[in-house]
Every structure is written in C-alpha cells, then in structure tokens.
Design a protein around this ligand. Structure first.
Ligand SMILES: [Zn+2]
Length: 137
C-alpha cells in the first residue's frame, strides 16, 4: 500500500495575513492623518491668537471679548470631538475593524468612507438611526 506523499512543505504557501495586515484603505488613512495634523495646528493657532491682544477686534469692549472667548472654546470643543473621532477611526484601522458598520456588521461602502472617514455606520443604519431620533423628539 502506497502512502500518498505526505504534506509537502511547498515554498509557495502563501500566508494571507502578511499581505493584508496593511490597512485596506491607505488613502483614507492618509486623509485622516492629514486632517488630524491640520486640526492640531489650527488648535495651536487659536491658542496663539488668544495670547495676542491684537487678534481681538475690540480690546476695549469686554463683552465682545467674552463672546470671542466663548466662541473659540466652542470651536476647540468641536475640534476635540472631531480629533477623538479621527483617533478612533485610526485605531479601528489598526485593529482592522475599520469600515465595518456598527449597526449591521456589514462593510461600509468605500465611497461613503471617503466622504465621511470617521463614520461608523452604513447609510442604511445611519438613516434608520436618524429617523428614530427624529421620531423621539
Ligand atoms: Zn449598517
């Protein structure tokens, strides 16, 4: 009885992991990193301007200075939130869960990711979510 040739150690065994460890969306990662860098530099500019009295349109007007301060605080809050979303998106790329819809577990279409790289829902789930929120209010 002839035994079939035992598991040949072929050199051509391709490890699928080695080829796909790099993110599926290199250009979106690039976009996110660029947006992150510009947000950080803008935040730096806001801080620099606040230390420069000439940047305030009317220094003598205390009220408008306070409004200005509140405004830049809001901007920074929004920037911080966006930065957090960008960080989370980059983190999902590292764990290879990026582009997976949190609602249905399906893949979010590339076009949508390109337009809104920090999204975690596909259009169907996002629309359903928004409809639910509107119905509640
Ligand atoms: Zn979905």
């Amino acid at each position: 009885m002839k035994t079939p040739p035992a598991k040949k150690q072929t050199a051509s065994t391709t490890n699928p992991e080695t080829s796909s460890t790099i993110t599926k969306y290199p250009d979106i990662r690039h976009d996110l990193e660029r947006q992150r860098a510009s947000l950080l530099s803008e935040a730096g500019e806001v801080l620099t301007h606040r230390e420069n009295p000439e940047a305030l349109p009317d220094v003598s007007d205390q009220a408008s200075a306070e409004v200005d301060q509140g405004f830049s605080m809001r901007i920074r809050d929004r920037e911080r939130k966006l930065l957090k979303k960008i960080d989370e998106a980059l983190e999902r790329m590292n764990t290879e869960t990026y582009g997976i819809c949190e609602g249905c577990g399906g893949e979010i279409p590339y076009k949508r990711l390109k337009a809104r790289p920090v999204t975690t829902f596909c259009i169907e789930c996002k629309t359903a979510q928004e409809e639910k929120e509107q119905a509640r209010s």
